[in-house]
Design a protein around this ligand. Structure first.
Ligand code: HEM
Ligand SMILES: *[C@@H]1O[C@H](CO)[C@@H](O)[C@H](O)[C@H]1NC(C)=O
Ligand SMILES: *[C@@H]1O[C@H](CO)[C@@H](O)[C@H](O)[C@H]1NC(C)=O
Length: 338
């Protein structure tokens, strides 16, 4: 009996090792740099031009595009399922889920890119690859190097809101649960910490962090990990009782992750974590937890290492559970299946 149980446990252990290494190995198998060299040679340039104009018009778009890519890749892989407005079964789509909701930005830029690519090379460039190219341009426009993007992704045939919870981490999710999500996607803990440096650009709405100011726990009204000066600043941006005047002036404007340089990707994000200056509880947790704090420390003091690792990690993010070959389709309109 004992022996039987040990055997089963051993077999289960081996299975999980096999399955997880399988998942890692599967990352990006069939993608290649220059995938459209023959079929649509100007594809990447067209993406670059449209993104560049979009960011010039509104610098906030860079952060929006980077986040779109992350949210697409973490729900059923980088397959543009995030972009669908409707799905054949008529269910709610990923866009409708609370984790995405009205906070997605940059969707109009993707539409513009797709429209131009359909004119140049109809039915050729997938929406999933457009997201990968567009987020690369956004990263480059935010101060990092222009890394090569392996392509050849295909687009999903459906999108389901129910697949979003459990795959998109929330700001109040425990760090071990966030780690579980990233490792399930085949990414490492270091890649998780490195990618979260994306929170040096863009902004978050008060509701994702104002509980840290007013209603943190039964013992602390304010999150004790939050730097006092910063907390006072945040309280002025997100008052407990949103007065009529504040509402009038600010509306529900999001607050920049980094109010000094909201559009630059930079490792100062990690330096600020070390000082208790983080908008999100999930970010702050990375500076504290034994699995991540050494990585945060290292990234805080090695700008070069962080920026290299960030672009590498973006390439790996783009390899999560991709559709290739004859899987899926090349959508004509990123908002609907063909
Ligand atoms: C580690 C777990 C993560 C959590 C809990 C998280 C959570 C959030 C939240 C709550 C917001 C604010 C959304 C809003 O109010 O509009 C946000 C914004 C953002 N996130 Fe994350 N995120 C995580 C990881 C990532 C990763 C890996 C990336 C990209 C590689 C990323 C990129 C962004 C960007 C660029 C923004 C700003 C978007 C904008 O300004 O439009 N996040 N994130
Ligand atoms: C496409 O062209 C680039 C630049 O000339 C080259 O580096 C790359 O290997 C090519 N890729 C394919 C798949 O032909
Ligand atoms: C404070 O937090 C608790 C626990 O998360 C929640 O149930 C309660 O509704 C919150 N109160 C306010 C005023 O937001």
């Amino acid at each position: 009996m004992e022996v039987g149980r040990v055997t089963i446990v051993t077999i289960l252990a081996w299975c999980s090792i096999f399955l997880s290494s399988e998942a890692v190995r599967h990352l990006g198998n069939d993608l290649e740099v220059g995938f459209y060299n023959q079929t649509c040679p100007r594809a990447e340039q067209i993406v670059a031009d449209v993104v560049s104009r979009g960011i010039t018009m509104n610098p906030r778009n860079a952060a929006g595009l980077i986040r779109l890519f992350f949210h697409d890749c973490f729900v059923n892989g980088c397959d543009a399922s995030l972009l669908l407005d409707t799905t054949p079964s008529g269910e709610s789509v990923e866009k409708d889920s609370g984790a995405n909701g009205a906070t997605l930005r940059g969707l109009d830029i993707i539409d513009e890119i797709k429209a131009q690519l359909e004119q140049q090379c109809p039915g050729t460039v997938s929406c999933a690859d457009i997201l990968a190219f567009a987020s690369r341009e956004a990263v480059a426009r935010s101060g990092l190097s222009k890394y090569p993007v392996p392509a050849g992704r295909r687009d999903s045939l459906s999108s389901h809101a129910v697949d979003t919870p459990g795959n998109i981490p929330g700001a109040r999710l425990r760090l071990d649960a966030i780690i579980e999500i990233f490792t399930r996607k085949g990414l490492t803990i270091e890649e998780m910490v490195v990618l979260t440096g994306a929170h040096s650009v863009g902004a978050a709405h008060c509701r994702f962090f104002d509980y840290r100011l007013y209603n943190f726990s039964t013992t602390h009204r304010r999150d004790p990990d939050l730097n006092t000066v910063y907390a006072n600043f945040l309280s002025s941006m997100c008052p407990a009782q949103q007065s009529f005047f504040v509402e009038l002036i600010r509306g529900s404007q999001p607050v920049y992750f980094d109010h000094l340089s909201p559009n630059r990707l930079e490792n100062t994000f990690y330096l600020k974590l070390l000082q208790g200056i983080a908008l999100l509880e999930s970010d702050q947790a990375m500076a504290k937890a034994p699995e991540t704090r050494e990585i945060v420390n290292r990234m805080a003091f090695s700008p070069e290492e962080w920026s290299n690792k960030f672009t590498q990690a973006m390439i790996r993010l783009g390899m999560v559970e991709v559709l290739t070959g004859r899987e899926g389709e090349i959508r004509k309109d990123c908002r609907a299946v063909n």
